[in-house]
Design a protein around this ligand. Sequence first.
Ligand code: B4P
Length: 190
Amino acid sequence: MLNLIIFGAPGSGKGTQSELLIKKYGFEHVSTGDLLRSAIKAQSELGKAAKQYIDNGQLVPDALIIGLIESVLEERRPQHGLILDGFPRTIPQAEALEELLAKYNTRVHAVLDLQVGQEELVDRLLKRGQASGRSDDNLETIEKRLAVYHAQTAPLAAYYADKGVHHAIQGSGALEDITARLSQVIDALN
Ligand code: B4P
């Protein structure tokens, strides 16, 4: 089974396309953003620690995220195939993921990097903010999240290109066209 990372800037469609791919292929979905928002809602220790970072547009510290992923992988055995959505977001997270997957004798098979222009990203997130009221979808926080993405997360594209698993995917346009582009890569791996 395949372990995929769906990668891209905030608003690039990671969550949206993950859901469509799960319907099509039946992967397990692991979204660190969703897990953190659930932890905040449940007012768990993790949620309390994560809230201030998310509301400020910053990344939650690596140690917290890596601990979270470790327990999720224990629960949902990676042999069944995963879509990791929003993780890893830093080089230390990527290194930790490699070690964790190796424990299950598996690895990252592909990184699907959704590429969308900056203006469109801001536009999508502002629209979502109006509809969902998500605390980090306001202009000031969106701009911070995009800056954090460029500084801390975008370097992962080169990290995974070096490993031969990075795929750049045009992330603008109709949802089904983007799913078709992602599927081409997945089908070629299968
Ligand atoms: P996430 O929940 O991962 O938030 P995100 O990067 O903004 O992406 P999201 O999944 O929500 O949006 P999508 O691209 O699907 O993380 C939130 C916060 O949690 C982070 O800022 C950070 O603080 C923390 N966090 C999470 N993971 C972490 C980690 N590993 N390490 C440290 N901190 C972490 O975009 C969706 C929007 O675009 C939707 O509104 C959708 O309708 C729209 N859209 C999608 N496709 C479209 C299309 N083709 N055309 C038009 N609109 C489209």
